[in-house]
Design a protein around this ligand. Structure first.
Ligand SMILES: [Fe+2]
Length: 453
């Protein structure tokens, strides 16, 4: 396929979410046989996928909100110790199909349809999907990241989907909490191994909270109800969710059965949490590790970053009804990940990207959440990582036996690398660094998708 030159559409601006490596790239690139420093582990056979905003066909000015940009998927395919290819492709939506000279995607447009899909990219039942929250249906992608169709999971998804479905290693199912502006409920959804969804419960939320993430324990689903809510005054100006000091800050614990009579709410510190690292039951308590933003979308309404984002542990005492907070890491961080085989269970190690002021990125961290000790991996001068993805060594049950893999922006060459770090030698030199020919803009989420799932 010829490379697409969209340079005439790109207009640089002073908005920080359009500057430096936040700025969109204007071409779709395909590159083969990428240069590698070090050795890619032979057993890594599959794709490292990533997605983020890359605005196209929308104003790129002071009003642009980082969360609203057109989706762009990025992928690197590894096999036999080689980096076979890198590809980036727009996630086609109804706004961009025209400028991209493509037909609108086939498939449903359920409910209050949200167009842009830019927040996560993952495998569901053997298919690759780009996903988004707040009313958007997933877009199914081909192995090589071309958009193929909108999907409502074979007609089983009533409304939109979510950015953060959570995989349960015990059952193979995905758990999700969806919300959208026109609905007064949060929907607790489970997607089965067959890729079909079912709604387990509808939780009343008439005040319209933004619920970006969820987690589960062996017995409960974690519901975050925090003071960022739908704001009608912002509709039409971009992103319609803002800080709302009048709204409660609370955590709900719902039995996994969805029995609403068992739903309990616990007061939390006034803050916003985009991401939960993990959660688990421990005696008469429920423990959840979260990245807490002390405030967001209050003064700065183009993206996060107006206050500290810190990793904290919330311990909810089911007997006393109180939630206690413990600071796990003073330095700012975001995009928490861990070994997914420990989802919903007691665990020890988590990984984040450093993020001073919420969005100034740099090294990655390995957090020992039992001891509070943090290790740092510094990628070198001018280098900044986003979400560090943990990939377990095949057959190993040791929690940190594997690799941390991430896209790392290198300002010295204005391009990105994929860097593979031994998670048990976290501060040491990388195992391998794969040089991409272009940069991958700072964006949101991604996953390792092995070829054999
Ligand atoms: Fe997220």
């Amino acid at each position: 396929m010829p490379e697409l030159d969209l340079a005439s559409i790109h207009l640089p601006h002073a908005n920080p979410f359009l500057q430096g490596n936040f700025a969109p790239v204007v071409t779709e690139t395909t590159a083969f046989d990428l240069p590698v420093e070090g050795e890619i582990p032979q057993e890594l056979e599959g794709r490292l996928l990533r997605i983020g905003p890359n605005p196209l066909g929308m104003p790129q000015d002071e009003t642009y909100h980082w969360f609203m940009g057109t989706g762009m998927a990025h992928g690197v395919r590894l096999r036999g110790g080689k980096a076979e290819w890198y590809r980036n492709r727009f996630v086609v939506d109804d706004t961009t199909a025209g400028p991209l000279l493509r037909l609108p995607l086939p498939g449903p447009r359920n409910g209050r349809y949200k167009n842009t899909v830019n927040t996560n990219i993952l495998d569901i039942a053997g298919r690759t999907y780009a996903t988004v929250e707040a009313g958007g249906l997933p877009v199914e992608l081909t192995y090589t990241l071309e958009s193929s169709a909108r999907s409502d999971f074979d007609g089983t998804l009533q409304h939109g989907f979510v950015a953060h479905p959570k995989h349960d290693p015990e059952t193979g199912e995905l758990h999700a909490l969806s919300y959208q502006p026109d609905l007064k409920n949060l929907s607790y959804i489970v997607v089965g191994k067959d890729g079909r969804s079912r709604t387990i419960a509808e939780i009343a939320a008439p005040h319209g909270p933004m619920v970006h993430d969820m987690a589960f324990t062996a017995t409960k689903v974690i519901v975050l109800d925090l003071p960022v809510t739908f704001n009608m005054e912002e509709v039409g100006r971009g992103f319609p969710y803002t800080w709302n000091a009048k709204s409660p800050a609370r955590v709900g614990l719902l039995p996994r059965s969805g029995d609403l009579s068992g739903l309990r709410w616990f007061d939390a510190p006034a803050c916003f949490v985009f991401h939960i690292m993990n959660a688990f039951d421990q005696g008469d308590t429920v423990v959840l590790d979260v990245v807490r933003h002390s405030r967001t979308f209050d003064q700065e309404r183009r993206g996060p970053g107006e206050a500290a984002s810190q990793l904290v542990r919330w311990t909810i005492d089911l007997v006393s009804g109180f939630l206690q907070e413990l600071l796990l890491e003073e330095r700012g961080c975001e995009f928490p990940r861990f070994n997914d085989a420990f989802a919903g269970r007691p665990y020890r190690f988590g990984y984040t990207a450093s993020a001073e002021d919420g969005v100034r990125f740099g090294p990655s961290y390995k957090h020992d959440v039992r001891t509070g000790h943090t290790e740092t991996h510094d990628y070198g001068p001018g280098c900044a990582t986003l979400e560090p993805v943990f990939v377990s060594r095949q057959g190993s049950s040791v929690e940190d036996d594997g690799w941390i893999i991430s896209f790392v922006y290198d300002a010295t060459r204005n391009a990105s690398n994929v860097v593979i770090v031994d998670a048990q030698a976290f501060s040491e030199a990388p195992v391998a660094t794969i040089h991409l020919p272009v940069r991958v803009p700072f964006g949101f989420h991604g996953n390792w998708v092995p070829d054999t799932i």
